[in-house]
Design a protein around this ligand. Structure first.
Ligand code: CAO
Length: 414
């Protein structure tokens, strides 16, 4: 049995944020029915295509374990079918532009009338306020949520992260909201509205930067590279690769950095493991020198310290550095490329990286469920073709017979 077995999700999501959420629910065992526009489907099916006329990796990697139904929710007969689906589902998830479902005639009030037990979950770019009507994509959210202003090097422009904290991050937040609402429904019998704005999701993930904004009013941020030589302005600045926590850290070069753009390692010069680190880099002298042998003394010289650490790391590969520093309890992590991650055997063994077969594109790699439940392991099944399950769902979920399905087709509802 899977954790969410018996939960049926009417999935009106598209692009990345919403599909991330419903894919997780599907991996946990929910029956996720993806409703798509007839003939078109989720726009990502056709975006960034690597093989002509085949669903893109963008789509396939975000829509595993779902069923696809095509339904025109703007036609009268389509609306009637959609209403019946709402009656049969536990969750409605969507991430359309603001007001799209209302314009189709499905306001929260109307949805509650149709099914008072349903949980109606939405991702929008912004919550109520000046930007609530805006359409939003990943990088817009990273900028509006504080990610970009705090990412990059002090002397450079704002930078967006490769991690999709606006889309996938908000999808994760929404999934938690949905299962929490399902849990509450167990007790109250009532559904509820679950809303997650991408700006809010990004800001939540940038929590430590709002911490630093307030620390700034009490003096310079001593772990930032601007200290002690640079200046601080009114807002949390970009900190390069400085650690977000209380331990000094930086990315340093390893052997081969001249030709390999990922020959780097992150090293944290934690006080508890400093002795071993100092010895291994050839700076035993630091251990008795009052200029170096306390965290406070080192704070104004973090850049110098990492220059010295880097002289040593450049003599070894990032994996050799790991082998030396791990036994010394020095926290460190290699900068791994997507190529290295895709080939890493331990990630394959845990199902975090999986090979999936697809009838049109053949085998491809995907990221599986990163959340491991001992009683509900996720098996990753390929994404559906457009409308692959339309008849199956109409028959099984709505109890329609062949004649009724033929009529729905004649009406161009499906
Ligand atoms: N049948 C009939 N019509 C359908 C349909 C269906 N099955 N599915 C969708 N539509 C219609 C919608 O009702 C909408 O029509 P109206 O404009 O008349 O209301 C139309 O398709 C387009 O939907 P949209 O506005 O959501 O799509 P878009 O491509 O213009 O915008 C996006 C995309 C992502 C910017 C917007 O949906 C959005 O801001 N979503 C919220 C934030 C979000 O999740 N962003 C993350 C995206 S990933 O980077």
């Amino acid at each position: 049995m899977k954790a969410l077995e018996g939960v049926r999700v009417l999935d009106m999501t598209h692009v990345q944020s919403g599909p991330t959420c419903t894919q997780l629910l599907a991996w946990f065992g929910a029956d996720v029915i993806k409703v798509e526009r007839p003939g078109k489907g989720d726009a990502t099916r056709g975006q960034l295509r690597d093989i002509p006329d085949v669903d893109s990796l963008y789509f396939t990697m975000l829509n595993h374990n779902k069923r696809s139904v095509t339904l025109n929710t703007k036609s009268e007969s389509g609306k009637a079918l959609f209403t019946r689906l709402l009656q049969s589902c536990d969750v409605l998830a969507e991430n359309f532009a603001p007001g799209a479902l209302d314009r189709m005639g499905f306001s929260w009030e109307r949805i509650q009338e149709i099914n008072p037990r349903i949980i109606y979950a939405s991702v929008k770019g912004f919550g109520p306020g000046p930007y609530e009507d805006c359409k939003v994509y990943e990088n817009v959210a990273q900028c509006a949520g504080g990610g970009a202003s705090t990412t990059g090097f002090p002397e450079g422009p704002p930078v967006v992260a490769g991690a999709q904290i606006g889309d996938s991050g908000t999808g994760l937040h929404l999934a938690l909201g949905i299962v929490t609402a399902l849990f509450q429904r167990e007790k109250t019998g009532r559904g509820q509205r679950v809303e997650c704005a991408m700006q809010d999701g990004v800001l939540n993930l940038c929590r430590v930067k709002l911490r630093d904004q307030q620390r700034l009013t009490h003096g310079p941020l001593k772990e930032y590279p601007q200290y002690p030589h640079g200046t601080f302005g009114a807002a949390t600045p970009r900190a390069g690769n400085a650690s977000g926590g209380g331990q000094p850290g930086w990315i340093v070069k390893c052997k081969g950095w001249e030709t390999d753009p990922d020959a780097y390692i992150y090293v944290i010069a934690q006080a508890a493991a400093f002795d071993g680190l100092a010895r291994v880099i050839g700076h035993e002298d630091w251990l008795t020198d009052p200029e170096w042998n306390t965290p406070e003394a080192r704070l104004p010289k973090i850049d110098e310290m990492f220059d010295e650490i880097e002289k040593w790391t450049q003599t070894l590969t990032k994996f050799e550095v790991m082998e030396v520093l791990n036994p010394l309890n020095v926290p460190c992590g290699p900068v791994l490329s997507m190529k290295e991650l895709s080939e890493e055997p331990s990630l394959r063994a845990t199902g975090t990286v999986v090979e999936v077969d697809h009838p049109e594109r053949g085998p491809y790699l995907s990221v599986g469920n990163p959340i491991k439940l001992s009683d509900s392991p996720a098996d990753v099944r390929r994404s559906p073709l457009l409308g692959e399950h339309t008849d199956e769902v109409l028959r099984e979920v709505l109890g329609m017979d062949d004649a009724a399905i033929a009529q729905a087709r004649a009406d161009r509802a499906v």
